[in-house]
Design a binder for this molecule. Structure first.
Ligand code: SF4
Ligand code: SF4
Length: 265
């Protein structure tokens, strides 16, 4: 049953896990969800590939298409229709990124990839260019037991590519991806940002990874159109309706303009 739905959505990497295999990081949020839909028995963990063939330096690849949260909303609406026709007694709730579970651990337990030294999950088909999504279900359709998490080949290319040494720092305090999203910067962070090419997100450790060398492009239409390739003043000052469709909008225009301004002589 899941195969029919995910095939139609061109989502090919997914697996259903029993709820006992999931690691909660926000138990209150999980309980609130159960109050809304009923007791959760399983979760389908799936990968949402977003790479559409172009990499640029100022804007992270994930932020070039429209906001993936909008995609999840559309996907969830289609899944609701699908369940309504085939198994109307099952209720569900979908997440990506703001989930009550640890999504990376879930993807590893589902056997959807290996743990990269750069902190991301690596999939043999899509490299690291994907979001992790999940549908929590009140009745398991065909849950499977988790698998042992594996590690990447440990080639060290991501460590060499990182300009700030953040790959080896568990707190990632010098990670440019995080720094570009901070509202206030310390002088040290300002200097790191000023020396870097990125203006929102940083892909350097991912671009250097051999798993991404031949990563397949996404077949999902949502991620193949409507791109903003570079973070410019025009993008940061776009009309509200357009601006709010972008994943980089969540911190507000001021942070974006600061990051852009930071690059000027
Ligand atoms: S995202 Fe950039 S700064 Fe952060 S760990 Fe990767 S290469 Fe380093
Ligand atoms: S670049 Fe090498 S060490 Fe780093 S995540 Fe990729 S395979 Fe692992």
């Amino acid at each position: 049953m899941l195969k029919e739905f995910f095939d139609a959505e061109q989502i090919f990497c997914y697996r259903e896990l029993p709820v006992s295999a999931l690691s909660l990081w926000d138990e209150k949020k999980f309980r609130r969800m159960e109050e809304s839909i009923g007791k959760v028995e399983s979760a389908v963990i799936f990968l949402i590939p977003y790479f559409a063939g172009q990499r640029t330096t100022s804007l992270s690849v994930y932020a070039q298409p429209r906001d993936y949260h909008l995609y999840l909303r559309e996907l969830s609406a289609r899944f609701a229709d699908y369940l309504e026709k085939r198994a109307p007694h099952i209720r569900f709730c979908g997440f990506t990124d703001s989930s009550p579970i640890r999504e990376r651990e879930a993807a590893l337990a589902a056997g959807l990839g290996v743990q990269g030294e750069n902190g991301v999950v690596l999939n043999e088909r899509y490299g690291s260019w994907f979001f992790i999504g999940e549908f929590f279900l009140t009745e398991g359709i065909l849950p499977q037991e988790p698998v042992a998490a594996e590690a990447c080949m440990g080639c060290g290319a991501c460590l060499k590519a990182c300009p700030t040494g953040a790959v080896t720092d568990p707190q990632r305090t010098r990670c440019l991806s995080l720094i570009t999203q901070k509202k206030e910067l310390t002088p040290e962070e300002e200097a790191l940002l000023s020396a870097a090419t990125c203006k929102w997100g940083c892909d350097l450790c991912q671009l250097s990874c051999p798993y991404n060398e031949n990563a397949e492009e996404t077949p999902i239409p949502f991620f193949r159109e409507g791109h903003v390739r570079e973070l410019t003043e025009d993008a940061a000052l776009a009309p509200k309706g357009e601006f709010l469709t972008r994943a980089y909008s969540w911190r507000g225009r001021r942070v974006l303009l600061r990051n852009i301004e930071n690059k000027k002589d």
